[in-house]
Structures are given as C-alpha cells and as structure tokens.
Design a binder for this molecule. Structure first.
Ligand code: DAH
Length: 352
C-alpha cells in the first residue's frame, strides 16, 4: 500500500496544510498555499487521485476522509482570506488616522465681522478708561432720538438726519416712532436710568433714509460716548479722545478739534486725525488727498439736555461724542467703499 493511501496519511496532510495556512499572512501567500495543496498538482489533489488505485474498502475510507479534508481546507482557506483582508483594512485605517506626515485638513471657522472687530477695539479702548458698555433699542421714540436731544419738531437741524419713520408723524401723534438715526438717544435713556458719575459707551446700529454710495449706507453702526459728573470740562473731553485716537491710530498721529454744530452739545466740535505726507516717501497714511480726516463729532452736553433729564447744569456737566466704526475701519485699513461692509462678499470679509 503506497504511503499516501491511508486515512492517517490524509490526516497528516490535513494538519500540515492547516499549519501552513495559519502562517499565510497575505492574499498572495494564501493563493500560493491553495496552489500547493488544492491546485491541480497540489498535495491533497494527489492523494485524491491515488484513491482510484486502492482496494474497494480502502477507497471508501480513504476517499471519504480525503474529500472531507478537501472541503475542510477550502473552508479554512475562505476564512483565512477574510481574516487577512479584515486585518489589512483595519491596518490601513489605522495608518490613515495617524499619518502625521499628511498636511492637516483646514477646518473652516467663522471670523468676526470687521465692524464687530472695530467696535470691540473701540469698546476696549474706552473700557480701560472706565466706561461701561450699554446698548439700547433700534426702534426709538422721536422723543429720545430728537426732542430731548434739543431737536424739537420743526427744527431745521432735523434735516441732518434723514429719518425712516415707523409711524408717519402727524399733528396729533406727539411722539411717533422711528428707526434711530443715531445712538445719541441712549444719552437720554442712560441719564434717566443712572445717577452721575456716568461714563458709558454705546455701540449700536442706526438707520437713515438715504441713497447709498461709497461713503453712505442706509444702515450702519455708531459708537456713542457720554460722561457726566461734577466738574467735567472740555479738557476731559480732549484728553479722553486723544487717548482713544492714540490707541486706534498710533502714537505718531496728530489730532485736531474744530468747531462744529450738533444741537445737543455746546460747544460742539468734530475731531480729525492727521494724514500728512511722509516727507521721504511722499505717501500719506491713508490714501486720500487730505491733511486731516474727520473721525467723530463731540461736545459738552447742552444745558437743556441736562435739564430735560432733571440734572442741574449748574452742578453737573458732561461731554458726549459719536463716531462711525465703519468709517474708522475704512480709514485704518484703506477701505474705499462702505457698501463692502454689508454686501456679504467673502472675498472682502475673509481679509479680516
Ligand atoms: N449723533 C451725531 C450724528 O449722528 C454724532 C454726534 C455728534 C454724537 C456730537 C455726539 C456728539 O454725542 O456730541 O451725526
């Protein structure tokens, strides 16, 4: 009887094949194993071929043992193949996760709007000088936006603020509503709520019934300031606004005050920052053919305004100011068109 013709031989073929399969770690090794054991000249195939030459008894026992081993090995091969494939894909995933040499994925994060950034910068500057930040309504009474700011009905100064009315003003309607044209009404609200010493800064949105162009928007922000106490003088106003300009525009810039008119202050001024040509380069800090650029209006709170909120102007004085943060950004960053701020063009917004 040839050596390969016994059931025990079939079993030893099976054990050897399984041991070798367990050591096959790649798809290629498994394929080589299949050819070596189950292929046309494979070792098990040869055993099966030899069965034909056996006696009928042996043929039955060895034949059926060899067939069982064949299906066992086929199944073992399929399982091994799965296991190797799974291990490989896990390994691939793992490698992906920790490939520290790959450049990182950029994570898109939003940024603060340039107006928000400028408002924060302004509030920080005044905050460190002891001003509180307060906010007020955008839909406002005529009473606060005009009347109590010493701009009675029919006053020519109302023309300074083209107004979007919520109520159509008429004879009987004493205090119609409007979209505030300025943050100055918060001077009144603040003085009604707080007792001096008052030092507040009020950022907020304002509206004007105006056609838009490169320097005008129908909605924009203002930052109002108000300080009221005993003995506040124009020197306090100047000192505070100097310090503010120094923080926003830097040490080298000069500041100029000129007389200006606003009904709720007396005297009223506007403040400009210097924009002189550099003698060496001939360039100006801001590319505009002007030596001085106006950045805000200000003044000493008008005695009538103080009286209106029940403060005695013989005892209390104060200063107020109002500025446009977009205009200040435009000057600081050389932005030529105010409409860029609210047209939501990411090519513009992403630069900040
Ligand atoms: N509210 C004024 C405007 O919109 C700006 C302003 C001027 C505010 C003088 C003030 C001030 O507080 O004192 O044109």
């Amino acid at each position: 009887m040839p050596d390969n013709a016994s059931v025990s031989h079939v079993e030893s073929v099976r054990d050897a094949a399984l041991a070798e399969l367990a050591a096959a770690d790649t798809a290629e090794q498994i394929e080589a194993w299949r050819i070596a054991w189950l292929g046309r000249r494979g070792r098990l195939t040869q055993v099966l071929r030899g069965v034909g030459g056996l006696s009928p008894d042996e043929r039955r026992s060895v034949g059926s043992a060899a067939n069982r081993v064949k299906s066992l090995l086929e199944q073992a091969r399929a399982e091994r193949q799965d296991a190797v494939a799974r291990a490989k894909s896990d390994a691939d995933d793992f490698t992906d996760a920790i490939d520290v040499t790959l450049p990182g994925w950029p994570t898109p994060v939003g940024g603060l709007h340039p107006t928000t950034q400028m408002i924060r910068e302004i509030c920080d500057a005044f905050g460190s000088m002891g001003f509180d930040v307060v906010e007020g309504p955008e839909v406002e009474w005529d009473l606060y936006n005009f009347e109590m700011l010493n701009i009675p009905k029919g006053h020519a100064a109302r023309d300074m603020w083209a107004t979007l009315w919520v109520d159509q003003p008429d004879e009987d309607d004493d205090y119609p509503m409007l979209m505030r044209t300025q943050t100055s009404p918060m001077q009144i609200r603040t003085m009604q709520e707080r007792k001096p010493p008052i030092r507040v800064i009020v950022p907020g949105k304002c509206y004007r019934y105006e056609a838009t162009d490169a320097t005008h928007e129908w909605h924009f922000y203002q930052v109002e300031g108000l300080a009221v106490d005993r003995g506040i003088t124009f020197a306090d106003l100047k000192g505070t606004l100097y310090e503010f300009a120094r923080r926003i525009f830097g040490e080298e810039r000069q500041v100029r005050f000129r007389c200006d008119y606003f009904p709720f202050v007396e005297p009223g001024v506007d403040m400009s920052i210097s924009n002189f040509k550099d003698p060496q380069t001939g360039k100006r800090p801001i590319n505009r053919d002007e030596d001085w650029i106006e950045i805000l209006g200000a003044g000493m709170v008008h005695p009538k305004v103080l009286e209106g909120v029940g403060l005695d102007p013989q005892i209390y004085t104060g200063f107020a100011f109002g500025m446009g943060p977009e205009r200040i950004s435009m000057l600081k960053y050389g932005i030529e068109d105010i409409r860029l701020f609210y047209s939501n063009d990411l090519r513009f917004l992403n630069q900040f």
